[in-house]
Design a protein around this ligand. Sequence first.
Ligand SMILES: [Zn+2]
Length: 160
Amino acid sequence: MPRRCTVCDHPERHRIDEALVSGTPYRSVAKQFELSESAVYRHKTDHLPAHPLKAREIEEVARADDLLDQVRTLQIHALDILERAEKAGDLRTALFAISQARGNLELLGKLAGELDERPVINLNVSPEWLELRAVIVGALEPHPAAHGAVLRALESVGNG
Ligand SMILES: [Zn+2]
């Protein structure tokens, strides 16, 4: 099993990186965050990017992290409302929840893209998306016109 880096795993990693990038000695950083000096040194030499992010950029990444959490929370609420609206047979609210959830997914994809080096999430392979898609399509089956319209809209999002 590969050994994890205690600094990379640290909940305050962004602050640690920020301190290291702004030139704080690794000994002080180790002390401040109650980490071993060797772990901080190793992290500084091995894991900080070769062209370190500027402090402001690190701050932006930290803020995006926060945003990501908030959007995830919103998404949980939207899916919860969707489920309850469906159970109550309230398709108007269900549709509204679907459009909210779709917006959240787009935002999540965008934020994840900003945080990761990887390209923006492909919605078609996201399990959350596939699940949501099945729910949406299933909910609208009794309403062929809405079913078709939503399906077309979903496909355009998936392909976009
Ligand atoms: Zn590390």
